[in-house]
Write a protein that binds this ligand. Structure first.
Ligand SMILES: Cc1cc2nc3c(=O)[nH]c(=O)nc-3n(C[C@H](O)[C@H](O)[C@H](O)COP(=O)(O)OP(=O)(O)OC[C@H]3O[C@@H](n4cnc5c(N)ncnc54)[C@H](O)[C@@H]3O)c2cc1C
Length: 384
């Protein structure tokens, strides 16, 4: 056991995933940044190997493993390609939402496709007017006989143009009702009235982001997730899970960057010595390595708390602001250690672009710190 959270079974799962990722995911890392296409064949292979949402119940195509199992898989896929590990992230986040809040006749077939790697689900919260104040969203959802009719726009949605279905949050209540007037719906992307666009992203280009435009899109009432007007309060709980997973994903990128950099500075010479002989080189790396080990333990702790059914909202928010900030700083430092070579298009600069996205996606550091502050000082003391 390397730490208290990773037992022999989890270590074996991690090793098994690394072998797959080294062979099947890592080789296409640079190319996918150019083609911007998520490899569906790879996704199906991941599904066949049980690497997608293993925490879901067997009835849904999962394996009933703990959230820590999902965590070690996320790490190993992200180490090879952060964009590809979005397949795991979106499946774990949306899988939990569908299994906890979906109506079985709708959710069950989607969950089976999700875990088999045959379907990709996106999640759509952000709107053009803003993402941080998420409870203030305006996408219109009206009930017309037995359907919900959706009008408006969602933007900056990961996998917007590649997803097969989207978990969409819209307003069924009045604007004044805030978080208490939001309903979540599952919307297949082939429904009439739904159009999609793709942005030219800085990083995470294989998964990509884009907008969703809804023009009188209709879904039957049984596509609702959770209760009407309770989408935010019930369904948003799932984000504690994804925040801890994101921490592990970006720290896995930082860890591989550090490994490669330690090896490089040990053999590259300047002034007749290995670079690592200079404390100006080795101490920043030792400093970052220390922080990465600590931040990783925090992420594992958050997942362990979730597996125990214990509260973990603060820990998850800590993972989500610290992990991406630290990973960016680590990869930046590593890139500099490679000198001019680090500045060429290649693995290090792509990692830097990739990890940056998670300083914004799924909520910024400021919003995460507000969540921690609310937990510590109380909601009344931290109203916004
Ligand atoms: C790579 C990536 C992937 C994404 N994927 C998705 C996705 O799949 N689904 C989805 O719904 N959205 C997604 N997003 C959107 C993302 O969730 C939002 O961009 C994010 O929540 C911030 O919203 P915003 O961009 O509108 O910024 P704003 O809300 O306009 O905020 C702008 C700045 O002001 C700061 N700020 C805002 N309010 C406060 C406050 N109260 N106190 C202090 N500072 C504050 C913010 O931290 C930020 O720095 C993604 C974004 C990125 C970059």
């Amino acid at each position: 056991m390397r730490n208290p959270y990773i037992n022999d079974d989890l270590q074996a799962l991690s090793d098994h995933t690394r072998r797959f990722a080294d062979k099947r995911v890592a080789p296409g890392f640079l190319e996918r940044d150019q083609t911007r296409v998520l490899d569906r064949q790879l996704m199906r292979e991941m599904g066949a190997m049980g690497l997608i949402a293993p925490e879901l119940a067997e009835a849904h195509g999962g394996q009933g493993l703990g959230c820590l199992a999902a965590g070690v898989i996320h790490e190993e896929i992200a180490r090879a390609d952060l964009s590809i590990s979005y397949i795991n992230l979106l499946a774990s986040l949306n899988g939990q939402i569908l299994s906890d809040h979906g109506q079985p006749e709708v959710a069950s077939p989607w969950l089976k496709k999700l875990t088999a790697g045959e379907a990709l689900l996106a999640i759509a919260l952000t709107e053009p007017r803003g993402g941080s104040d998420a409870a203030n969203l305006r996408l219109r959802v009206e009930r017309v006989s037995n359907d919900y009719v959706i009008n408006g726009e969602k933007t900056s949605i990961s996998a917007a143009d590649q997803a097969d279905a989207v978990v969409v949050f819209g307003r069924t209540g009045s604007i004044d009702s805030g978080a208490h007037g939001v309903t979540a719906l599952l919307v297949p992307t082939d429904v009439p009235g739904l159009t999609r666009s793709r942005f030219d992203c800085h990083g995470q280009r294989a998964i990509g982001r884009g907008s969703l435009f809804f023009e009188n899109v209709r879904v039957p009432m049984n596509h609702r997730l959770g209760d009407e007007n309770k989408g935010f309060v019930q369904v948003m709980q799932g984000f504690d899970f994804s925040r801890a997973l994101i921490g592990l994903q970006v720290l896995a990128v930082a860890r591989v960057a550090l490994e490669e950099t330690w090896a490089y500075v040990a053999q590259r010479e300047a002034f007749g010595k290995p670079l690592s002989a200079f404390q100006g080189v080795s101490h920043p790396l030792a400093d970052f390595d220390t922080q990465v080990v600590a931040a990783r333990l925090l992420c594992l702790q958050a997942l362990w708390l979730k597996d125990q059914g214990l509260p973990h909202t603060s820990e998850a928010a800590m993972c989500k602001w610290w992990g991406p900030k630290l990973a960016y700083d680590v990869v930046h430092q590593c890139l500099l250690m490679f000198g001019h070579g680090g500045y060429d298009h290649g693995v290090m600069e792509q990692r830097l672009r990739d990890v940056l996205g998670f300083q914004i996606g799924d909520g910024t550091a400021q919003i995460m710190k507000t969540i921690v502050a609310r937990d510590r000082a109380g909601r009344q003391a931290v109203p916004n």
